[in-house]
Design a protein around this ligand. Structure first.
Ligand code: TRP
Length: 335
């Protein structure tokens, strides 16, 4: 049986953190065995915020090295840089002809940008869902591992693919759907007492995969707690619950039990909890952290991986584009 096609992209916005790993990359590593996977670094998408050239390159290189360090295997799946595929902007342009201003303006992520960055409301932002649709349907993907915040973009990808099929009387594009193992996505909380681990709440809120042991200890020591339990068996505050949730992910069962018990009987010392969590976090991330630096500095290896990925992805994209061009009515006057 042929394996189903999976596509997912990650914007190169800097170092990956534990939340990215638990919520996305760890699943990708699993998916490479079960599906025919394309994973790419969405550098075109990142241009909506006008990064400077040096930063752009470093960020792409960082994400590539970190994906590989996490266990994404370029032999098992196809990992590539989006801007290596000229077929993607080609499909994006063609899909744009049937994407309407009204529907694009109604997309939640665009409305959000209209509020937060009214001075840079460029056409790239408006058509972001069209580019994302091109990324996905160019490989005829049916499964897209993404978080809830991308649901609407995925719905647009189905709309644009279906619309193309209908207008040009073809069946070139199947419908892609969001996919994740299990029913609930793991929520990785941050260290600053808020919701999920995210850089928008500051550098101390996140543990990056490349953080040194010293830095992890420092960040953990600054993690938010509360005044401590005063009565036995009361539920922990959200900030303390976050630390228990992190402990569930990186510590062993006995350690977790020790601290939840000592919380329940009010003997807990948060300093000890944070120290233990830091050490377990360091142990958990050590195999990844030690690989990142080596891979990041191995220019020859990165070049080999990116070239192989670009070749495999281009073969798939070119096949789809041949069907797309024919459906539209482009016919060569020469061969
Ligand atoms: N928009 C996605 C995000 O912000 C990134 C992305 C771009 C993507 N193209 C994609 C994800 C295609 C899945 C499939 O996270």
């Amino acid at each position: 049986m042929t394996k189903e096609i999976v596509v997912s992209g990650i914007r190169p916005t800097g170092k990956l953190h534990l939340g990215n790993y638990m919520g996305a990359v760890k699943n990708f590593v699993q998916m490479q065995h079960d599906f025919h996977c394309y994973f790419f670094i969405a550098d075109y998408h990142s241009l909506t915020t006008h990064p400077n050239p040096a930063d752009l390159h470093v960020n792409v290189r960082t994400v590539l090295a970190e994906y590989l360090a996490c266990g994404i295997n370029p032999e098992q799946c196809t990992i590539y840089v989006q801007s290596d595929l000229p077929q993607i902007p080609e499909l994006y342009m063609l899909l744009n002809m049937h994407a309407y201003k009204g529907e694009l303006e109604r997309v939640a992520s665009f409305k959000e940008k209209a509020k937060t960055q009214p001075d840079n409301l460029n056409a790239g932002l408006l058509t972001y869902p069209v580019l994302m649709a091109a990324d996905i349907i160019i490989h005829k993907a049916v499964k897209v591992p993404v978080g809830k915040d991308q649901e609407q973009h995925l719905e647009m990808a189905r709309t644009f693919g279906n619309r193309f099929n209908r207008i040009y009387q073809t069946a070139v594009f199947p419908e892609p759907f969001a996919f994740n193992y299990g029913t609930e996505l793991v929520k990785v909380p941050g260290l600053q007492g808020g919701g999920k681990m995210s850089k928008s709440d500051g550098d101390n809120n996140v543990i990056c995969l490349s953080d040194s042991p010293e830095l992890i200890r420092k960040k953990m020591s600054k993690a938010i707690t509360d005044a401590g339990p005063t009565e036995p068996n009361t539920p922990p505050s959200p900030a303390v619950q976050n630390l228990f949730d992190l402990m569930k992910m990186v510590s062993n069962h006995d350690t977790l039990k020790h601290f939840t018990d000592s919380y329940a009987n009010c003997s807990i010392r948060y300093g000890d909890l944070k120290k233990q969590l830091a050490e377990d976090m360091i142990t958990y991330l050590n195999p990844i952290r030690t690989k990142i630096e080596d891979i990041y500095n191995d220019t020859a290896y990165l070049g080999k991986v990116a070239k192989l990925g670009a070749e495999k992805a281009a073969a798939s994209a070119e096949q789809t584009m041949a069907e797309v061009r024919a459906a539209i009515g482009f016919q060569k006057f020469y061969s």
